[in-house]
Write a protein that binds this ligand. Sequence first.
Ligand SMILES: C[S@@+](CC[C@H](N)C(=O)[O-])C[C@H]1O[C@@H](n2cnc3c(N)ncnc32)[C@H](O)[C@@H]1O
Length: 235
Amino acid sequence: MERPKYNIIMEGAKEFSHFYLLMDGEKKIIGMNDYKTLYSYPFLYEDLYYRVLGCKAHLGVKKILENFLHQELIDPETLNFLELGAGSGTFGELLNDIGIYKVSGLDIFSQAKIAAERDRKNLYQDYFILDLEKLSENDYFNLKRSNFNSIISVSATSLIPVKGFENALKLLPKGGIFVCHVRNDIENTNIIVYNWINQIIEKGIIEEKVRQSCFHRKSIDNRIINAEVIIGVKT
Ligand SMILES: C[S@@+](CC[C@H](N)C(=O)[O-])C[C@H]1O[C@@H](n2cnc3c(N)ncnc32)[C@H](O)[C@@H]1O
C-alpha cells in the first residue's frame, strides 16, 4: 500500500498533547497518544511519529538486536518473537528485515490489529488483542501455547505497566531473549519499568547481555531524547 503523507500541524502542541490533521477541508484535533484514532488512518501513526517527529527508535533497536544476534551466533530463524504493544507493525516489519520471520503481535486495542492487517499484510503469524496487565489464566494458556522464545517491546514502556512486563516475562522459557527499549529520563511508567528491569537483572532473573543507548527522537521543544535498549536472557 502506498504511504499517504498527511497534512499534520503541530500548532500549540506539547509532548504527548495533540496535533491537528487537515483533511477533506476539516481540521481535526487528535491526541498524540490516541492510538485508536491514529490506527484508524493508514500509516498516520508512522507519519506523525516517524516523519513529523523524526522518531528513529525502530532503526536503533533493529541495529542493536541485529548486532547481538550476530555476536552471539544466534540464527534469527530459530527465534519466535512476541512483540508487546505491537501497534500497526512499524517495528515488527523490521524483524523480518533481519531474518526473523516468526513474529506475533500483542496490543490492547483491536484497532492495532486491524491496522497491522491493513498496512502490513501477513506480517504477524498471530495477533493477540489483550491488556498485558490483566491476563486471565485462559489468555496466559493461549499465549503459552505459541512457545515464544523471545519477547520485544519498542516504544511501549510509557504505556504498558510493570505488571504487564512481569506477565510477559513468565511466558519466556529459560534461555529466552528479552528485548526492551525504554526511556530512563522521565518520571512516568518508563522509569518504573526501567527500574524493574534493573531489579530483575540484579536478582539474576535475566542475565544482561546488551545495554546501549540510541537516539529516540527530538522532543516538541527540540531536545534530544535517547532511550536504552536492554537485551537479556532468562536464566
Ligand atoms: C507507541 S505504540 C508503539 C507501537 C510499536 N511498537 C512501534 O514501535 O511503533 C504503543 C502501543 O502499546 C499499546 N498498549 C498500551 N497499553 C497496553 C497494554 N496494557 N497491553 C498491551 N498493549 C498496550 C498501545 O495500544 C500502542 O499500540
